[in-house]
Design a protein around this ligand. Structure first.
Ligand code: PGA
Ligand code: ZN
Length: 425
């Protein structure tokens, strides 16, 4: 039975940084409705789809999204009116036809994504199934392993040091609630550890990790290991480490600038540093270890570490199928970070997840540093069967909305809890 779209509404709301973003609402015949809110990045990749901002300096320092709201109300909404909300692919194709520019700069990926996700929610409501069940299709759903932010630097924490995020993966716990509890315990312990070492805690970063001033990037790894122990867990066996280097943001003219340590590294030296870290610390995953267009460096990094460590492309792939295809062809990275707003529609997001799976690449479903109380991401992660989710830390409601939604799905759905994939598996 089709569920025709009757009405589309959009509103400018605020995200977790107090910046404007969109809420889009879709109403179907029969009174079924769905709403979705759009996230926003700060350490964005150059090749991401465009987030349309008004640029009017008299409102929110130019960050207003009234134009994108207008595009939903006047262009995208009318174009999908009467279409079947259960046919996500047809809806997304229609949206893409209205903005065929390579980076969705005409109407804005924020406008497209809000509508794409709100349609899925409304359809799930009409079908009377949880969102993840509607989204999964023939995929094998599972509860994802969380990758949780503990200590931050880079663009998310006033550049106290260069590497952006140091995270934990609680992979040796029996179920999702126990894994979440471990991550919370490590986050608490990390504050005590940072303070007991006498480092200045400059505050909490955009995703809720602690933002200490550290003499060297590597200290964050020592703090993490010690915090895992302090929380009562075994590093490497129960809780391990992930790093989001976000190297694009301190690469200039082909060199990696560690200003806080007063040194400059070549790609080869960066690979050497990362390999040395992986030998010394229980690191399972390295994200954006090199910059977004350093394809040659990425191939060498993958050759050196790819059989042992998850090498995750965020700025490298920007959830873009063409860039992922290049990575697969050239042997760059072995996993893709998936952020819906980097590409703009749900259908394109699933195309990337499914292609990754087919080619032996892993996928990690990720939030942005600017988030909302929308918990769509939790259902997406479950539905995709990707097995890993990266939401940020455990201190603020825009993150906890997703963690809490997963607790509910864990209680209700009887799904398997993902294991961290074995090397190269
Ligand atoms: P962003 O950061 O949302 O600011 O891009 C997240 C990340 O780099 O993974
Ligand atoms: Zn990243």
């Amino acid at each position: 039975m089709p569920f025709p779209i009757e009405r589309v509404d959009a509103l400018e709301i605020l995200d977790s940084r107090g910046n404007p973003t969109l809420s889009v609402e879709v109403a179907l015949a029969g009174g079924f409705t769905g709403e979705a809110q759009v996230p926003s990045g700060a350490s964005t990749g150059t090749h991401e789809a465009v987030e349309l901002r008004d640029g009017d300096p008299t409102r929110y320092a130019g960050k207003g999204v009234r134009q994108a709201v207008r595009h939903v109300l006047e262009v995208l909404g009318p174009a999908v009116r009467g279409m079947d909300a259960a046919d996500q692919a047809a809806i997304d194709l229609r949206l893409l036809a209205l903005d065929p520019t390579p980076q969705k700069s005409r109407l804005g990926a924020n406008a497209l994504l809000g509508l794409s996700c709100a349609v899925a929610r409304a359809a799930a409501c009409a079908l009377r199934v949880p969102l993840w069940q509607h989204l999964r299709g023939s995929r094998e759903a599972c509860l994802p392993l969380p990758m949780v932010n503990i200590v931050s630097g880079g663009l998310h924490a006033g550049r106290q040091f260069e590497f952006q995020d140091f995270l934990v993966i609680p992979h040796g716990l029996p179920d999702y609630p126990a894994a979440l509890e471990a991550a919370v315990a490590v986050h608490r312990a990390a504050r005590a550890e940072i303070e007991s070492r006498g480092y200045v805690l400059t505050g909490v970063a955009d995703e809720g990790g602690w933002g200490p001033r550290l003499p060297r990037n590597e200290m964050a790894l020592e703090i993490l290991c010690r915090s895992i122990e302090r929380a009562g867990y075994r590093p490497g066996a129960q809780v391990s480490i992930a790093v989001d280097v976000a190297a694009s943001h301190f690469q200039r003219a082909g060199q990696y600038h560690l200003d806080s340590e007063a040194r400059v590294l070549s790609p080869e030296e960066m690979i050497g540093l990362l390999a040395a870290w992986c030998a010394r610390f229980p690191i399972l995953s390295l994200e954006d270890g090199l910059a977004e267009d350093d394809w040659n460096g990425w191939k060498r990094l993958t050759g050196a570490l790819g059989s042992r460590v998850q090498l995750l492309g965020d700025d490298l792939f920007v959830t873009n199928l063409a860039r992922l295809e290049r990575g697969i062809r050239e042997g760059a990275a072995n996993a893709v970070l998936v952020k819906m707003n980097q590409i703009g529609t749900l259908t394109e997001t699933f195309a990337v997840i499914d292609r990754a799976r087919q080619s032996g690449y892993r996928a990690v479903i990720s939030a942005r540093s600017g988030e909302t109380e929308d918990d769509f991401l939790a259902d997406l992660a479950v539905a995709s069967g990707a097995g890993q989710i990266k939401i940020g830390s455990v201190r603020s409601s825009e993150r906890l909305a997703k963690y809490n939604r997963l607790l509910r799905i864990a209680r209700d759905a009887g799904l398997a809890f993902a294991r961290f994939p074995t090397p190269a598996g």
